[in-house]
Design a protein around this ligand. Structure first.
Ligand SMILES: Cc1cc2nc3c(=O)[nH]c(=O)nc-3n(C[C@H](O)[C@H](O)[C@H](O)COP(=O)(O)OP(=O)(O)OC[C@H]3O[C@@H](n4cnc5c(N)ncnc54)[C@H](O)[C@@H]3O)c2cc1C
Length: 596
């Protein structure tokens, strides 16, 4: 049976010692009352909920899964009660607007609570995650009446939310959706079509479900420009806010999946379902991007959450399991064999897990802080800078954190040897659960195209330069610090490599757009490594500055930074070479001869 303990020590290091979050939140009026004590209280409280309430439902939820019968879906035992407890404690609205029932705390706090919830039970975490996403989208694009009607109920957990984009023939290319919305005399719309793969699309946890559905109006322009967004409640809402008549949106079946089995993934059939337009006609994609940007960071967090719980268990196992003697001589003579943690190869796996996890935690916190600044800073320039960094690095967070998360979970299973492959130990569940994070919310291949195409090349590299400036300033500030030279030199070199590679792709892309597509995935990894190298150097600098280290925390931090630079960063040389191999080798093979 796996165990989980929230990594509060590292969270506090990131928030208080490294980011000095209090100092950044101070100029944001809305967070004037948020001090370190409050942050720590929220973290402690959340860790208790994650460890004691939802973690015990993780393996049982996976084994039991969801069950479908005649349009109804039953979630695994305990899920509904845990959702009730979570909602009643106010967790759903933690970082949401207090005017609509939220608690108004910063996103950076929400991201840490999210990490714990995801580590404890990712499948369960999908339900509150979708509700929060729906509330967030209505908040950004709904009129006052919709906000008042739906958001408080979504945040109190009385109702739940979904995000209905995908159709059988339209996943990445949403411009091809066929769900139709016909106007009705009273200003509402009648929606007909079918959505597939809808997370939390049907379940027994709440009295109503508020679906956000993409559909096309009659005579809509072709492609994504013709998409509109509609609120489609499962039960139509009475004027007094209570659920009324059953609407024509019904669950046809649920999917049998590789992982996150406690999360219901529904086919939804819309037959003249009544819907309410939000965000204006043909403006659906813009509205959905609001939801997707927040959801992309949350999806990236699934890579960290599952990577963290996998690491904790792999570490405990490696200290306990005895096999063989160390090559350099016996380390535990009192035992029949040495614990496997003495073997260099097992340490390689554990340190890879630790370095990617702690890098991801730093990245997610830093990005969440930019989100708080983007939304709340009184200064225009500060808001614009933060917004540019968020736009640039959201696809990197989604793809780099989940690709690494998959590697981390896979390594966790490997540390257990054959026992990792056996269900009872719980390690294979993490591999199965984390895998979807590389696919949904836009596949990682699509994130890579978004990064190089929309975020970097479209504005001539302006946003990338803003990030580059942060790296340059850090290098300049630390260039005279001897203790930092092992980080500063390689970081500066990688910064130049990224700059040079970006220009190369831009030049090649002007002659042949396929060069951009061919480079995209490797380019995103290259940028991801630049981000982590910057964050690891910066964390090492803080850890090195500490004069007291009673429990060895700072020593471990500096050591992990060194491991990152020595073992993981060298991948960037191969990435550069792969990018420069160009598109020809990918595209010239005739489709017909692929199979030979
Ligand atoms: C468990 C689960 C939960 C989900 N939850 C939701 C949900 O709540 N709401 C919702 O609306 N959807 C949901 N989805 C759908 C999910 O977002 C899509 O599966 C995903 O966006 C990919 O679409 P697709 O499956 O149609 O793949 P396709 O779009 O067919 O892609 C297939 C492959 O082709 C690649 N590809 C496609 N186009 C391009 C291109 N232009 N350039 C390069 N490569 C390309 C992709 O990267 C991918 O590797 C869920 C899916 C699953 C499995």
């Amino acid at each position: 049976m796996p165990t989980y303990k929230a990594p509060l020590r590292d969270m506090r290091f990131v928030l208080h010692e490294w980011l000095e979050v209090h100092h950044h939140l101070k100029p944001l009026d809305v967070f004037a009352d948020v001090d370190n004590e409050l942050i720590d209280q929220v973290l402690e409280e959340s860790s208790r909920f994650a460890e004691n309430v939802i973690f015990p439902l993780n393996q049982t939820g996976d084994q039991e899964g969801c069950t479908y019968q005649e349009g109804e879906v039953k979630t695994p035992a305990g899920f509904k009660e845990a959702f009730r407890q979570y909602s009643q404690a106010g967790w759903l609205g933690l970082d949401a607007d207090p005017d609509y029932g939220g608690q108004g705390l910063p996103k950076i706090l929400g991201i840490n609570v999210g990490e714990m919830i995801g580590s404890a039970n990712t499948a369960w975490a999908m339900y509150p995650g979708l509700s929060r996403g729906a509330a967030h989208t209505i908040h950004a694009h709904g009129d006052e009446a919709s906000k008042t009607l739906y958001i408080p109920k979504l945040l109190s957990g009385e109702w739940a939310g979904t995000m209905c984009l995908t159709e059988a023939h339209a996943g990445t290319d949403l411009g091809m959706i066929r769900t139709k919305a016909e106007p009705l005399d009273d200003g509402s719309f009648s929606l007909t079509g079918q959505k597939i793969f809808i997370s939390a699309g049907e379940h027994d946890m709440t009295e109503n479900i508020i679906h956000l559905v993409l559909a096309k109006l009659p005579n809509a322009p072709e492609g994504t420009k013709g998409i509109s967004l509609f609120i489609v409640p499962k039960y139509l809402v009475n004027p007094d806010g209570s659920p009324g008549e059953r609407n024509g949106i019904v669950c046809g079946s649920i999917e049998h999946k590789m992982g996150i089995n406690g999360s219901a993934t529904a086919v939804l059939n819309l037959d003249k379902a009544r819907g309410y337009l939000i965000g204006g006609e043909h403006n659906g994609m813009r509205c959905m991007f609001t939801m997707m940007n927040a959801a992309r960071l949350d999806t990236g967090m699934q890579g960290l959450s599952l990577g963290e719980v996998s690491f904790q268990n792999a570490l405990a196992y490696a200290r306990d399991r005895i096999q063989s003697r160390s090559i350099s001589g016996t380390k535990a003579p009192e035992r029949e064999a040495d614990p496997i943690i003495v073997h260099a190869d097992v340490r390689r796996m554990l340190l890879t897990q630790k370095a990617y996890n702690e890098g991801a935690r730093a990245f997610a916190n830093w990005l969440a802080l930019q989100l708080d600044i983007e939304k709340n800073h009184p200064d225009d320039t500060a808001r614009t800078d933060a917004s540019d960094l968020v736009a640039l690095l959201t696809p990197v967070a989604k793809a780099f954190m989940t690709d690494n998360g998959y590697e981390v979970c896979n390594l966790g299973m490997q540390v257990y040897g054959g026992h990792g492959y056996i269900k009872e130990w719980g390690m294979e569940q993490y591999v199965r659960d984390v895998r979807i994070s590389q696919i949904y919310e836009g596949t990682n291949g699509i994130q890579a195209l978004d990064l190089i195409g929309r975020k970097v090349l479209r504005d001539g590299g302006e946003k990338l330069k803003k990030f580059g400036k942060l790296v340059e300033t850090f290098i300049k500030d630390n260039s005279a610090n001897e203790a930092m030279s092992e980080f500063v030199g390689p970081l500066a070199k990688l910064g130049q490599d990224v700059q040079e590679t970006t220009m190369w792709i831009g030049m090649q892309g002007m002659q042949n757009p396929d060069e951009v597509g061919a480079a995209a995935t490797n380019y995103l990894r290259l940028v991801g490594h630049l981000v982590y190298a910057y964050l690891w150097a910066s964390m090492a600098q803080v850890a090195l500055s500490k004069t007291e280290d009673k429990d060895g925390f700072y020593k471990a931090k500096v050591h992990t930074a060194r491991f990152y630079y020595a073992h993981l960063l060298p991948e960037t040389s191969a990435l550069k070479r792969k990018i420069k191999a160009g598109s020809k080798i990918l595209l010239e093979l005739d489709e017909d001869v692929f199979a030979f």
